[in-house]
Ligand binder design. Structure first.
Ligand SMILES: *[C@@H]1O[C@H](CO)[C@@H](O)[C@H](O)[C@H]1NC(C)=O
Ligand SMILES: *[C@@H]1O[C@H](CO)[C@@H](O)[C@H](O)[C@H]1NC(C)=O
Ligand SMILES: *[C@@H]1O[C@H](CO)[C@@H](O)[C@H](O)[C@H]1NC(C)=O
Ligand SMILES: *[C@@H]1O[C@H](CO)[C@@H](O)[C@H](O)[C@H]1NC(C)=O
Length: 401
């Protein structure tokens, strides 16, 4: 249905893309490099520990890649998901230095000790609300590095990352073997909600968590599957596994009935659903909520992370274009533009963050290679990971202007 509905617009967008491509090829660059790495390394507690970690392969430097980034009070936080052996910690702060900044386990080495299910196991992303609470998604369970249930951990950034709450998800909500809590947005209205994408290849869906009730429920719909009809992902000449389901999620700013937008890596269709529907647990049980899903249209291509700023502009990653798209959510989706691209520097545009000073941040990280243990990594000393920033003069979707 969506194919016929959007085919014409899609074609128009491709033409717009080509025109924009030419414009950008003439050197209109927007994002500037903020941080970059050839390799991730940590602030080890001692030289002995560092040497021992190398020897025992608790730390295999080339297997470490940053994924989620967020900023609070000028501190950059980064998650390091475990997709290969030798990733010693999974949540960190980044040293304030442009080239190869060291990562420090956050809130501590102890909370990053994965031998205890109560500690952080495998974190893909996090969000920080306006009060300084970090909502950490400890839910990458698509490999065998942990057998602990998935969970959401709330940390108080104004109190050295003290644990405020741990919500362990039951298997009915997110699988402890095969779950993949991928991204989230936080809604601070009605006592606080998180809307979470579960990119599980087995049981994908959209999880709603009410902070007030401390309860979670999951919505499952075909729009959240991978959308096998779409073209394969081509990056740097090779075909990339695009079978990931619902992944990118964005929330409109706190005005009226807020809208959640979501998309799967395997499809370029963007969907939306009102938060008043998501928040209604009874409605979730009936299946009636499916009537409230809207297929908004097609983006310029498939995406990983997406986000919205306080002005209502939706930024979306475009890994196959080595770039980022931008759409004013008050206008039709087909008017969206290729905002920036850089085939050399932006390899796998993954996700976004905002600071409180008017910048949007973008991380690029070759993730299509890291997530597939069979893929061979580079060993030529190239820069693999970059954090870019661009001044929008706006804040994140958490703020109303
Ligand atoms: C990694 O960081 C430690 C300090 O924590 C340092 O001693 C070591 O030389 C670094 N290794 C590399 C390869 O940069
Ligand atoms: C995890 O372990 C199970 C059983 O030991 C095995 O069948 C499966 O292939 C493993 N999964 C991965 C991703 O290595
Ligand atoms: C959800 O869909 C139902 C049935 O189409 C409709 O009556 C209702 O107004 C919708 N709710 C919202 C919040 O859009
Ligand atoms: C988005 O579009 C609306 C309607 O055309 C316009 O009023 C608004 O200023 C635009 N927003 C931005 C941030 O450009």
């Amino acid at each position: 249905m969506y194919d016929t509905l959007f085919a014409h617009r899609h074609y128009t967008m491709k033409i717009i893309y080509l025109i924009t491509y030419v414009a950008l090829a003439n050197g209109v660059e927007k994002f500037e490099v903020f941080r970059q790495w050839t390799l991730l390394n940590y602030t080890w507690r001692s030289q002995a520990e560092y040497k021992d970690a190398l020897k025992t392969r608790r730390y295999v430097p080339q297997n470490n890649a940053p994924a989620g980034i967020k900023i609070y009070r000028n501190i950059l936080y980064a998650s390091v998901p475990k997709f290969r052996e030798g990733v010693p910690v999974t949540l960190t702060t980044v040293e304030n230095k442009p080239f190869n900044p060291l990562l420090t386990p956050f809130p501590s080495w102890e909370l990053n000790d994965d031998s205890d299910c109560g500690n952080l196991q495998n974190v893909q992303s996090m969000e920080i609300d306006t009060k300084g609470t970090m909502w950490v998604l400890d839910g990458a369970r698509i490999n065998n590095y942990t057998r602990c249930p998935t969970k959401l951990v709330l940390l108080d950034l104004n109190n050295v990352g003290k644990v405020i709450r741990v919500k362990v998800f039951p298997n009915e909500v997110s699988l402890k073997v095969g779950g993949f809590l991928n991204d989230l947005v936080v809604d601070e209205t009605s006592g606080g909600f998180a809307y979470i994408t579960d990119a599980s290849p087995v049981d994908p869906g959209l999880i709603v968590y009410s902070k007030e009730k401390n309860e979670a429920w999951k919505l499952r719909d075909s729009s959240m599957f991978s959308g096998k009809t779409d073209p394969q992902l081509f990056i740097k000449g090779s075909v990339v596994d695009s079978s990931y389901p619902i992944d990118g999620i964005a929330l409109s700013p706190p005005r009226d009935d807020r809208i959640v937008y979501y998309c799967s890596v395997g499809s370029d269709v963007l969907y939306s659903i009102p938060t008043s529907v998501l928040k209604n647990q009874q409605l979730a049980n009936t299946g009636e909520w499916r009537k409230n899903i809207t297929a908004v249209g097609r983006k310029l291509g498939q995406s990983d992370g997406i986000t919205i700023d306080s002005d209502g502009d939706l930024f979306y990653t475009l890994p196959t274009f080595y770039g980022v798209g931008k759409w004013n959510t008050s206008t039709p989706l087909w008017t969206s533009e290729l905002f920036d691209r850089d085939e050399q520097q932006m390899v796998w545009t993954d996700g976004f963050a905002f600071d409180q000073r008017g910048y949007i941040y973008l991380i690029t990280n070759y993730m299509y290679k890291f997530i597939q243990p069979k893929e061979t990594l580079f060993h030529d000393g190239r820069v693999l990971f970059r954090v870019f920033r661009y001044h929008t003069g706006t804040k994140s979707y958490l703020y109303d202007k």
